[in-house]
Design a protein around this ligand. Structure first.
Ligand code: ADP
Ligand code: MG
Length: 374
């Protein structure tokens, strides 16, 4: 049953859906002003909205089983993701009418699939329509990011909201995190007989915040030492020269990851533009090795998933997301999804890891209006 069909019965003024996302390639490049290449998942979060007579807003989530009502006060907990959108729209000068909102979702929380951007972007779309505001899709990701950064208090980049808002079915979204320029790059897996197998490693995230901050600091310090605004300004041709200027071995490895990862995004975009989908596999695997050896953000569960997928015929595989757990993407022939997934599950059991979740995806549509037929 789809999320929209699980909304409580009743009349709504509008219903919008925004998807979760995965990043095909380009990890830890966002805060270095670099490149990312996410695509939207078929899993989405649906927000239905109805104007209400009394002042204030309410939000009810199927997932939490709660209704939270708020006015001007600061909201904490899960409802902050919606209250933050009301806040940011008003900050941007839009009058947001009082409304009741209902949320249903197929995006698992905290698995690195960006349920947070999905709920933000769908709530924003519903509220923008109720407000009758003129707010082009291109301008929405920054606003939703601001809500998550400043209202919820989570220091995330803009990729998740950009992907959830702007992605197109059968495409990946090439995003330049410096200029925010975007390009829809054809990525029609189904047409090529391919699929992406997602393995949610279920690895317990430990020390993520501190490790993330340390990586980020290392990149910023390196950029200063190299006299550039961000590591984006070093390219692979200049990499050896840049590394020769840095004394610290760990910092050199961090820089090498970021610079080569930006190039792998560009190479992936070039391969997709020319229709060479299978060629993306080796870039994915190289990205994983770089995250494992140079950026040191993988854990045994994700390394195992990548290794086993490759041993069972995947064209390439890599961890996606910030690291220390989360999901692995494997590029596989559609017909091989079942056998690769089974092999990964077996290997997890043999290693004493908690059972992973596995599912198959192809690139889906970004934020869209839903008409309920009932
Ligand atoms: P991710 O974005 O990787 O799923 P985050 O920690 O960024 O993980 O965001 C997850 C949080 O977003 C949840 O813990 C919850 O507070 C909120 N959230 C997301 N989707 C929903 C939903 N459908 N209903 C209620 N809260 C949600
Ligand atoms: Mg999130």
């Amino acid at each position: 049953m789809t999320a929209e069909s699980r909304l409580p019965g009743g009349r709504y003024d509008t219903v919008w859906a925004s998807p979760g996302r995965v990043n095909l390639i380009g990890e830890h490049t966002d805060y270095n002003d670099g490149f990312v290449l996410p695509f939207a998942l078929p899993h989405s979060t649906v927000v239905a909205a109805r104007r209400r007579a009394e002042p204030g807003w309410s939000v009810t989530s199927e997932q939490t089983g709660e209704t939270v009502t708020f006015h001007e006060e600061k909201v904490e907990g899960w409802a902050a993701y919606v209250a933050g959108i009301v806040w940011v729209l008003r900050e941007a000068g839009h009058e947001v009418p009082p409304a009741d909102l209902w949320v249903a979702s197929d995006v698992p929380f905290g698995a690195g699939l960006s349920s947070s951007a999905a709920i933000e972007c769908a709530a924003m779309a519903a509220l923008v329509e109720l407000a009758g505001a003129d707010l082009p899709m291109q301008l929405r990701p920054r606003l939703a990011q601001r809500a998550e950064n400043e209202y919820v208090g989570a220091p995330t980049g803009v990729m998740d909201q950009a992907a959830s808002t702007l992605c197109r079915a059968g495409h990946a979204l090439f995003l330049d995190c410096r200029s925010l320029a975007t390009e829809q790059v054809p990525f029609d897996l189904a047409e090529a007989g391919l699929a992406i197998l997602v393995v949610d490693s279920k690895a317990p995230h430990a020390h993520v915040t501190g490790e993330y901050a340390a990586r980020r600091r290392s990149c910023e310090d390196a950029a200063k030492l190299l006299g550039v605004t961000a590591l984006r300004d070093v390219d692979v041709a200049g990499l050896d020269g840049a590394l020769a200027q840095l004394d610290d071995e760990v910092m050199r490895r961090r820089v090498r990851h970021v610079v080569t990862e930006d190039q792998r995004v560009l190479d992936t975009v070039a391969a997709l533009r020319s229709g060479s989908l299978r060629a993306v596999g080796s870039l994915m695997t190289a990205s994983h090795e770089s995250m494992r050896d140079d950026y040191e953000i993988t854990v045994p569960q994700v390394d195992t998933a990548v290794r086993v997928a490759l041993e069972h015929g995947a064209y390439g595989a890599r961890m996606t997301g910030g690291g220390f757990g989360g999901c692995v993407l494997a590029l596989v022939e559609e017909d091989d999804c079942g056998s690769v997934a089974a092999a990964v599950r077996e290997a997890f059991a043999a290693n004493g890891f908690a059972p992973p979740d596995t599912f198959v995806v192809t690139p889906a549509e970004g934020t869209r209006r839903v008409s309920l037929s009932r």
